[in-house]
Design a protein around this ligand. Sequence first.
Ligand code: KG4
Ligand code: ZN
Length: 390
Amino acid sequence: MIILSIETSCDETAVSLISATGDFPNASYEILGDALWSQIDVHAEYGGVFPSLAKREHARTIVPMLQQAIKDSELETHKNQVLTSDLEQQIVTLLEREPDLANTLLGFVKETGLPEIDLIAVTSGPGLEPALWVGVNFARAIALLSNTPVVSVNHMEGHILASVFDVERDDMLSEIKFPAISLLISGGHTELVLMKNWGEYEKIGQTRDDAVGEAYDKVARLLGIPYPGGPEVARLANEARQKNFSQFADLPSPMINSNDLDFSFSGLKTAVRYAVADKDLSHYDKAGLCRDFEDAVTAVLVKKTAQAIAEHSAQTLIVGGGVSANQHIKRTLEAFLLREFPEVTAYFPAPGLSTDNSIMIALSGHARATSAIAPAATDIIRADGNRSLT
Ligand code: KG4
Ligand code: ZN
């Protein structure tokens, strides 16, 4: 089956065309087209993602992303499609909050046309609700235009699948042993999820305030590093580690000794703010501070993950979300597992699949459409900024 997938939950506008053969999780996938537009530069001056701006950028770039994905896929399209005025009116009504988008999409469909697709998968949450609505309404418009079912995807399930997916191998998704623990660490989320099977999730721990990626970005901002500063903080931390820069600050690992599986990062961010207040920091100071911060974060992530694995006798650890690209966190977790839980297999996303993308949305849509995982409703899909993983 050919899946068209759409992701607009935060600051990436992404559209993919994926071919799936077989049912989830025993399927093989081929990425036919994958287009992604990052809005990072648009939000950088605000130091974070600005929801109404994100929505406007999604509406502006989603047709070009669709066009790019179709072009890359080399799939044949139904050119010069004649649309009834009734259908055109339905599309205009559906996209009335983004009037330019309706015109651009109708123009594109009439001129270039859509390929034959079997399923549309779209992120419906969690995320920024105005941003999510653009993708959801766009998916519903394409569903009308192509007479194709649309399935709603939970963004966090997408991150979990992205971490296990390997385009070179067909058996990755089917080899997962349960129970599994997922550690989801991104700009918006920090949570530990117990998976008894694909689609059977129980949130067993979460942050009480900031997400770990958010803490990275806030520390970056204190150091004058533009949004999203996570990768640059990580780069400086690595430099300090390699060159053995001295400790800059003695930072706490909040809640490391609480007996539950919850996290808190706002105290750590505040400790960083006090440590840098009124100081003129040298490059060594900044790099040392980044390392101290990253060590404090890593210690608490490792401790809570270990506790979750032990409490639930997990056989698998799946780490996903933007922060799972962090090499220090990855190496430390892997070394720890090897020492303490050698029977546990750990999965981290392939490069390019840790941050938001639409390949992961296609995988989750395919899972929901073809397996025992409870299918998501395909009638009227709504954006839900707080959608939880169930
Ligand atoms: O999953 P994602 O793309 O978006 C959300 O759903 O939030 O995650 C983005 C987050 C940002 O906070 C970014 O700074 C962080 O992931 N990030 C990193 C690294 N790469 C991305 N944080 C630490 N180290 C990295 N290498
Ligand atoms: Zn994400």
